[in-house]
Design a protein around this ligand. Sequence first.
Ligand code: GLN
Length: 536
Amino acid sequence: MTKYIFVTGGVTSSLGKGIIAASLAKLLQARGFKVTIQKFDPYINIDPGTLNPYEHGECYVTEDGAETDLDLGHYERFLNVPTSQANNVTTGRIYSHVIEQERAGAYLGKTVQVVPHITDEIKRRMLMLGQTGKYDIVITELGGTVGDIESLPFIESVRQLRWELGNNDSLVIHLTLVPYLAAAGELKTKPTQHSVKTLLEYGVQPDILVCRTEHKLNNDIRKKLALFCNVNINAVVESIDAPTIYDVPLNMLREQLDKTVLAKLKLSTKAEPDLENWKAFLGRLKNPTNEVNIGLVGKYVELPDAYKSISEAFIHAGSSNETKVKVQYIAAESVNDENVAEKLKGLDGVLVAPGFGERGLDGKLSTIKFVREHKIPFFGICLGMQCSVIEFGRNVLGLKGANSFEMDENTPHPVINLMEEQKNITNMGGTMRLGAYDCEIKKGTKAYAIYGKSKISERHRHRYEFNNAYLKDYEKAGMIASGVNPETGLVEIVELKDHPFFVAGQFHPELKSTVVNPHPLFVSFVAASLAHKKSK
Ligand code: GLN
């Protein structure tokens, strides 16, 4: 019998429900339970694939090619278990399914309504992963804040499920804020009382309160919260601001969140959680012996959430190199051939980021020219890889006007071209080359030395691709295709022969980097940047 945990959020957004859900999942997994986490988002987009990163941060892509909320990245990084399309559901997806059913005549004669048709569909999806029999516990994170109009059908579905599943098989954790008023020198419980009251109006009594706070909760505050919110005192859990998100599982362990959850769900466990690897990772993270400065050149740099998986992958790779990685975000459009030396001053390695559209293209090309000529370690991801191909075409092969078809449909040299199967696509949602594809790595290349094997699989999200008509010329001049998709021949990795580290992938390695398995490309890039720093 699968147990269900629902995580709601109160008072404000951005409290870190995803991290709390992932941390609890980590503790339960470390006690031997099979756990997965899913996220229900109240917006009407079918998925976040069509959203600008400024809206909700990065779009995270799963193995099966779902474009999802960035919290799924946290779930995978913490649990080291892949998620899938089923792990992220939006209001849009729910409605579109119900409307499709209505058109197909599935409700013939009935008025289709939010209750019961929308809530039934939400409940069906909430139970879906549990019914695969693969998990002991399914944690469902509800996006949004309790009290939002758009969250209502989700909360109502949780209410019904709590009733249907019963107390031993389900529970609700409410994540809330306990603000500190500096002028009064006090922590305040009222916002939490009000948000729990709102939940109660909808018929949901939370079982556990996780309280985000900047200061420790003393016993009086805990008692007050317990009394006014109708929970046990041991169900008031302090979640104090942590130096890194990777500290949060240990903070939750200290607060015995896992024990409280297991007791409420009547799950017995003798085992203490096995967190050896996690603690070793944290130990290395907090006691680095070196430091490197990495520049991340991209167009969404004002919002670091746009590059969430990349910055987390650097944390994993830094820990594995016992090196503090300082990532410096550089706005691509601020770089040009004249100021590039100044802009990249002091950097030990440079990453050119994924992205869409023309803005910042020239700055990326100036950056790549500079690091190529000055032998500074370079790592290109997706659009970053495409830019390295454009730069090499223009400046080494002398292909005047070489460009990506995405940026210039009239380019005389479309060295990056629209993929064949993309040519007749008109719908923008979910139609890119998405998810995991195999890649065959050539022996004797840097990529082979990094991965240590020839068959790999990486995740993708793009429409454009290296134009193989130019491959011979590139390879003759020193830029080789070291990784290729075995079925289609699409180029997946390019690298330069006469450069200490110039590697770029058409895929997104950052999506597969986890605490337990830091991604080898990031690990090697950090190592190369460190070596470069030491050689200066
Ligand atoms: N815009 C490019 C493409 O669609 C790169 C996409 C990306 O960087 N994810 O191919």
